[in-house]
Write a protein that binds this ligand. Structure first.
Ligand code: HSX
Ligand code: ADE
Length: 235
């Protein structure tokens, strides 16, 4: 499948790619009224995981991509929490470890912590990512995995953790890259360009999130969250 370089070292699947079409058919987004965050189009990773054949298409494509590299990855590292949905299915096929990057306070052991980062939607306070010391090290060749690349704060935290472990990031990969938020540029311009050579790869960009992909329930005026007892009473 052919790729397009949308800006230096930032790639997507080309518009005629069958996998891009498959992802577009499944992907749903929600407006702020129906989503947990105040972003214009909240991309629902559940709409991807609920389509097993789309997941399989993503897995097969990424496994072939990394297996065929002259120097394949030694580790897949996923971002808390949605990177955990994609990383293991790739690492199991490649026969390499899957390493969990977890938000501060969640990982056991001695940890390396990234600088604090912000996301497209702001949490109450800035977050940081951690990995356990020794989970990767000198000579490790790491692929970083997430569902969405938006402003790129999260991706940058992963690059910092790999660098601070003495390892190498061979690629950051996500299903969706919101090009207009310039997430790849944040990492590529960080720290005098120390990460400028690291490829970013988003399978699709925000152009797949068309009006037809909106998951909002038209005309619904009720509460977004229905409690257990209320839901029971409605069955
Ligand atoms: C969500 O925001 C996604 O799962 C990613 O981990 C992250 C992307 O936002 P940003 O840091 O690129 O703005 O938690
Ligand atoms: N994380 C950051 N921005 C997002 C978006 N627009 N949809 C889903 N997850 C996100």
């Amino acid at each position: 499948m052919s790729l397009e370089e949308v800006e230096p070292n930032f790639f997507t699947l080309s518009p005629d790619s069958p996998l891009r079409e498959t992802i577009q058919r499944a992907y749903r987004w929600y407006s702020p009224r129906f989503s947990p965050c105040d972003v214009p189009r909240f991309a629902d990773v559940g709409s991807i995981t609920e389509e097993w054949s789309v997941m399989r298409g993503i897995r097969d494509f990424l496994v072939a991509r990394y297996r065929n590299l002259p120097e394949p990855p030694t580790h897949i590292m996923g971002f808390d929490a949605r990177g955990f949905l994609l990383g293991p299915m790739i690492s199991v096929e490649l026969g390499v470890p899957f390493v969990l990057m977890r938000k501060a306070g969640k990982n056991p052991g001695i940890l390396i912590e990234s600088e604090p980062y912000e996301k497209e939607y702001k949490e109450k306070k800035a977050e940081a990512m951690t990995i356990r010391c020794g989970s990767i090290g000198k000579g490790s060749r790491v692929v970083l995995v997430d569902d969405v690349l938006a402003t790129g704060g999260t991706a940058l935290s992963g690059l910092q953790l790999v660098e601070a472990s003495g390892a190498t990031t061979i690629e950051f990969v996500a299903i969706l890259g919101i090009k207009s938020l310039k997430g790849a540029q944040l990492s590529h311009s960080y720290g005098n360009g120390r990460f400028s050579k690291i490829p970013f790869f988003a399978l699709v960009d925000e152009s797949v999130l068309t009006e037809a992909n909106c998951g909002d329930t038209a005309g619904y005026n009720g509460p977004r969250i229905i409690g257990y007892r209320e839901a029971l009473s409605r069955i």
